[in-house]
Write a new protein. Structure first.
Length: 221
């Protein structure tokens, strides 16, 4: 298949399947039209193994190797919606970018996206995908995201796709005035998606909903 055909998809990876996913997200409460358009336009199937491609436009998390998963489309859409509806998106940091799918979505609503991932094999794979899609405002790094990415801070928005038991202080420090951190907090079945917003150097927290993410782990691999 040529590069373009591979990205466009056929059969279970075609535009029709993507549109069905968008209808499902709408039913589940995603209302932001910009987010829905971006989900319709972003080829999720290229971020997963070919053997699983037929499931790419189902609303489910799927394995991407190394015990990690590509996030459920509803969660990707929800986190993106919360961030774009709560403030600026000039500089955005994503921790635990895994496959790079959420990163590609964020790149459409952000000035620059900086990503940190602790598994080097996933970093390489995500870089290839971003290159294939010719996205130029994404900067990916191999590292421990608990420490954020200080060099480019402060960020208007930080999105974390793995759950720590407490909010990492360093991530709050790297938020700009008006900045927001969206992050799952908790262990196993007891996780909550939280939004922390910084105004006048005070942090206001808001609970969004119960969620299930892989754990945020220390160190790199
Ligand atoms: N949104 C991604 C989710 C991947 S799963 C996607 O849809 O593909 C969560 C990712 O967080 C995994 O790739 C895991 O390796 C990564 N991760 C866990 N702890 C981390 C840490 N301390 N720093 C950076 N990445 C981390």
């Amino acid at each position: 298949m040529s590069g373009t055909n591979k990205i466009q998809g056929i059969g279970m990876t075609s535009q029709r399947s993507r549109n069905r996913l968008v209808s499902k997200l709408r039913e589940m409460g995603i209302k932001n039209e910009k987010v829905l358009d971006i989900v319709a336009e972003t080829p999720r199937h290229i971020f997963i193994e070919e053997a699983l491609a037929s499931k790419a436009y189902e609303n489910s998390a799927l394995p991407i190797g190394y015990g990690q998963t590509i996030s459920q489309p509803f969660i990707v859409a929800l986190m993106t919606q919360v961030l774009i509806e709560s403030g600026q998106m000039r500089k955005v940091l994503e921790i635990g970018f895994g496959s790079g799918y959420q990163t590609a979505i964020l790149s459409r609503v952000s000035g620059q996206v900086f990503g940190v991932e602790r598994l080097s094999s996933l970093v390489e794979r995500a870089r290839e995908k971003i290159w294939e899609l010719k996205i130029s405002n994404i900067h990916l790094r191999h590292g421990d995201g608990m420490m954020g990415w200080e060099g480019h801070s402060p960020y208007d928005a930080i999105l974390v796709a793995a759950a720590p038991s407490f909010v990492p202080e360093e991530l709050l420090n790297q938020l700009s005035e008006g900045g927001r951190l969206i992050i799952p907090i908790g262990i196993n079945e007891n996780q909550k998606l939280m939004l922390y917003s910084k105004t006048d150097n005070e942090i206001v927290e808001k609970e969004i909903q119960a969620v299930k993410f892989v754990p945020l782990l220390p160190g790199i691999n």
